[in-house]
Ligand binder design. Structure first.
Ligand code: GLN
Length: 511
């Protein structure tokens, strides 16, 4: 006890938290600024620029967007492992940040050939940056430090401040001056994030945190090259490979299928999925009954989260297209509507965490399965609102902005019911020996969510030779699609609620 007080005094503090948190906060704010600024433009850029010559431009966009999203989250599993074993968090964050910045600047070149290369830079960069900056936040606190949860809430705010400002600014620049200005600003955002991180290191606010886990391993020669140099080299070699994989959208768009109607990324994720399920199955068979029940729940929670992100992440694809083709926008453009989710998270994160605390005091805080059930129901309701918007369309097939606004409000409440709760439950429910593996699975849930996004976006793809297609031509495709998504999400939420009493028992002492 006295030791922990000593350490707290040794490391600089600010507003009751380790000073390092504020450097990580701004580094992540700017990294997410670049990530979400670029994401706000990505779908429209593909539809209106990269694939504009194709009648199946929506389908091609859907596939590339899904492949990019899947790989950008799956790479975090590898980046996390390499950091744990060799690089340490600091070098990983620098490497990832530099690669992401390069990616955004290559996008700014506005050349079709460079496009896939740019996405691949961001995939590899995010793999090194994202998992490690999150782990770094946790590492600032000692085990059992009660400030850790609020530290993560502050950090989540940083993520969403970036996610709020970026679509507004990058979306405005892209519309006023051209796509490359929007992407260029995203790149500058990433560089700003790196400067914050670097200044934190210069001011020694991180103490000895985030250094390589073992200096000998870090310096160890492999093929005559120290590992600390070899890994960045391998990361760069991976870029053209990933670019090649991302460019394999043709089985759908061009009809020249190479494995049925499958894409390369889809196939890779199916194989990984089968392997993961088999591995989890073998762990469960070997586990003791109590452990098995909890592990089963950890897997179920991850599965529900995948479904939720699968609907939620449609915002950057189909919902952005819907906004551009069928929503009456006056103050903001379609890319800028991507700011709404983060705006509501910023407004609601603290009230909802206070609500849980208030209910906890009265022993009324709902157990995790109920929160997940309600989260999916809220996602369903949000899509139901969008489906209803069709009934209020004008003669040009344009619906009032209020529907989109309310949709984002509702799905953001759903996000706060699930995302912050889920991560900590995974750690509580997993046996110690596989916690790290389960964290990887948690990140993979976002990766698989993008496969759902790809599937849905393909169903709602409009085939047209008119690059300005929209209005009455597209309204019913979207609203019928949203109606179906609403039904699936509401159905899933109801099933979760029905089985919640049983799941509650399986979770044992974990709330
Ligand atoms: N919005 C959160 C972030 O950017 C989570 C997104 C996700 O996991 N799909 O960190």
């Amino acid at each position: 006890m006295s030791k922990s007080i000593n350490t707290e005094q040794e490391e600089p503090q600010m507003f009751g938290h380790p000073k390092g948190l504020f450097y990580l906060f701004f580094a992540e704010l700017w990294e997410r600024f670049s990530f979400y600024g670029m994401r706000a433009l990505l779908t429209l850029y593909m539809v209106q620029e990269i694939f504009k010559a194709l009648a199946e431009r929506d389908a091609a966009t859907a596939v590339v967007y899904a492949s990019y999203g899947s790989l950008v989250y799956a790479s975090t599993v590898i980046g996390g492992q390499i950091s744990d074993k060799i690089l340490g968090m600091r070098s990983s964050i620098f490497l990832g940040g530099i690669l992401m910045a390069i990616g955004h600047f290559v996008l700014a070149i506005e050349n079709n050939m460079a496009f896939f290369l740019a996405l691949a830079f961001i995939v590899v960069g995010n793999g090194f940056f994202k998992p490690n900056i999150s782990t770094f936040v946790g590492a600032l606190y000692k085990e059992g430090d009660v400030r850790k949860d609020s530290g993560f809430t502050i950090f989540y705010m940083g993520i969403n401040i970036g996610g709020f400002i970026a679509p507004l600014l990058c979306g405005w620049l892209a519309a006023e001056f051209g796509w490359h200005y929007g992407f260029g600003l995203a790149g500058l955002g990433m560089l700003t994030g790196l400067i914050f991180f670097w200044s934190g290191i210069k001011k020694s606010v991180f103490g000895d945190k985030g250094l390589p886990p073992n200096q000998n391993v870090y310096e160890k020669l492999v093929l005559g090259i120290p590992q600390k140099t070899l890994i960045p080299i391998l990361a760069i070699i991976a870029v053209p490979l990933i670019a090649y994989i991302l460019a394999q959208y043709k089985s759908i768009a061009g009809g020249s299928s190479f494995i049925g109607d499958e894409t390369l990324v889809g196939l890779i994720f199916k194989i990984i999925g089968v392997a993961v399920v088999m591995y989890l199955g073998s762990i469960m068979i070997k586990a003791k009954l109590e452990e098995r029940k909890k592990l089963f729940m950890a897997v179920l929670i991850t599965f529900f989260m995948t479904l939720f992100w699968g609907f939620h992440e449609l915002s950057g694809s189909v919902i952005t297209l819907f906004a551009s083709r069928n929503v009456n926008l006056t103050f903001i453009n379609a890319s800028q509507t991507n700011a709404l989710n983060s705006m509501f998270i910023i407004i609601l994160a603290i009230p909802i965490s206070l609500l849980w605390a208030y209910l906890s005091k009265r022993n009324l805080n709902p157990r995790t399965p109920y929160k997940f059930g309600f989260g999916l129901i809220l996602a369903g309701l949000s899509f139901y609102i969008l489906a209803l918007s069709g009934g209020n369309a004008d003669e040009n097939g344009m619906v009032p902005f209020a529907y989109l606004f309310i949709m984002y409000l509702i799905i953001s409440i759903g996000e706060l019911f699930m995302s912050p709760v889920g991560l900590s439950k995974i750690t509580d429910l997993s046996p110690k020996r596989i916690v790290a593996f389960m964290m990887g699975i948690w990140f993979l849930s976002s990766a698989y969510a993008f496969q759902i996004v790809g599937f849905i976006s393909k169903q709602l793809a409009i085939e047209s030779t008119d690059v300005n297609v929209g209005g009455l031509q597209t309204l019913s495709t979207y609203t019928n699609g949203f109606d179906l998504i609403a039904k699936y999400s509401l159905g899933a939420g109801l099933i979760v609620l029905i089985f919640s009493p049983l799941m509650k028992k399986l979770m044992g002492n974990v709330h």
